[in-house]
Design a binder for this molecule. Structure first.
Ligand SMILES: [Zn+2]
Ligand SMILES: [Zn+2]
Length: 371
């Protein structure tokens, strides 16, 4: 099994400043993907996208990555959803072309909408929620709000008429019903099973596959116009060990987490203390400034204590700093202008994390293999 983290866009919301020398190259709004393949040529691939800031779709096309099965939204700020319309439409058109379908209504029926997952308030807040802004995409997207924080959810992709479709069911862990076995098993790509959806048509029994991840949301404090702001924790079980895959411990086939923060200033103690944040294979961390402590974001200097808190030195952890802005560093006088790439690298080089912890400044359109 191979797991890659792609960072499509890594900039802050306002990118570069008009009328200034354009030496800063970072353009993309925030968007990240986790792409899993089973390692075999032509084998199954699963693609989970987290946030959809522009120009994620164009970058994905350039890099040859096809559309995600699910989009997770950390919070409803524009720089995290600015490419959602394009993503939903581009996905459907791509599927129509590849499947030889020319009728849009038929295509919606066959392929299903793009599943968009977020905290309840993030999706449904009447004025600030994603749905309030993109309600016109109904039919091309299917909104799935998660009401329970700190609870694992699993994902099931259906086959209809013998072909894989975009119809995705999300289960709260422990509430799945799959054949005679209610427990999660090995969770491998391509695993066939039958499931009764917890939502939608109650009597429908569909065949499909468990996607090889579980996920949970943890709440964070960001801005009052970003209801439901969350960190996502993804847990992957590695194939190869069958049903004997160990549940924990340092064995190579044990599950590893990938943690992706949206924007945040702080979080409650129980969130920062969550064992699910300890030693993830990859931690993508909002680091809006180097030193300036703004109202809505943590700086890299503030994040250093989180990195220390969430790593033990006993595992390899890749930390990717994203949402790079630095305008606050200029505002507060830490730098003469907005810090450039060299300033960021100097800040990273000036910090010694625990053994096994690598810190990188995420780049637009880059790929990191983590497993
Ligand atoms: Zn943002
Ligand atoms: Zn934000």
């Amino acid at each position: 099994m191979k797991i890659e983290v792609w960072t499509w866009g890594t900039g802050g919301p306002f990118g570069r400043e008009l009328g200034t020398i354009p030496e800063r190259r970072r353009r993309g709004h925030t968007a990240t993907s986790i792409v899993i393949s089973d390692g075999r040529a032509g084998g199954a691939t699963a693609h989970y996208m987290i946030d959809a800031g522009a120009p994620a779709v164009e970058t994905m096309i350039e890099k040859g990555i096809s559309s995600p099965q699910i989009l997770f939204i950390t919070h409803p700020h524009f720089d995290h959803i600015s490419d959602l319309d394009r993503l939903a439409n581009s996905r459907m058109r791509g599927l129509m072309l590849r499947g030889g379908v020319r009728d849009i209504e038929e295509a919606k029926e066959i392929f299903g909408p793009l599943v968009v997952v977020g905290a309840d308030e993030c999706i449904n807040h009447p004025s600030d929620g994603v749905r309030a802004r993109f309600g016109y995409l109904e039919g091309l997207v299917s909104w799935r709000s998660i009401s329970a924080y700190d609870t694992w959810h699993s994902v099931h992709q259906n086959y209809a008429g013998g072909r894989e479709t975009g119809y995705v069911e999300i289960y709260r862990k422990g509430q799945e019903r799959s054949g005679s076995n209610a427990e999660m098993t090995a969770n491998m790509i391509g695993e066939e099973e039958r499931a009764t959806p917890s939502t939608g048509s109650e009597s429908a029994i569909r065949t499909g596959r468990r996607l090889p991840l579980e996920f949970k949301l943890l709440p964070v404090r960001h801005s009052k116009h970003a209801p439901g702001s969350s960190i996502f924790v993804f847990r992957f079980r590695r194939s190869g060990g069958g049903q004997g895959v160990p549940e924990d411990g340092g064995g190579r086939l044990g599950p590893r987490n990938v943690v992706i923060s949206g924007d945040f200033k702080s979080m409650e103690g129980w969130v920062a203390d969550s064992p699910d944040l300890i030693d993830p294979a990859c931690l993508v961390l909002d680091s809006n400034t180097i030193r300036a402590s703004g109202k809505y974001h943590a700086s890299f200097e503030e994040n250093r204590s989180l990195i220390d808190r969430w790593t033990t030195g006993g595992e390899e952890v890749l930390v990717l700093l994203n949402h790079i802005s630095g305008f606050g560093d200029y505002l507060e006088g830490f730098y003469d202008g907005v810090p450039d790439d060299r300033d960021w690298q100097e800040a990273v080089d000036g910090y010694a994390p625990k053994p096994g912890v690598a810190i990188k400044i995420a780049e637009d359109g880059s790929c990191h293999r983590i497993i």
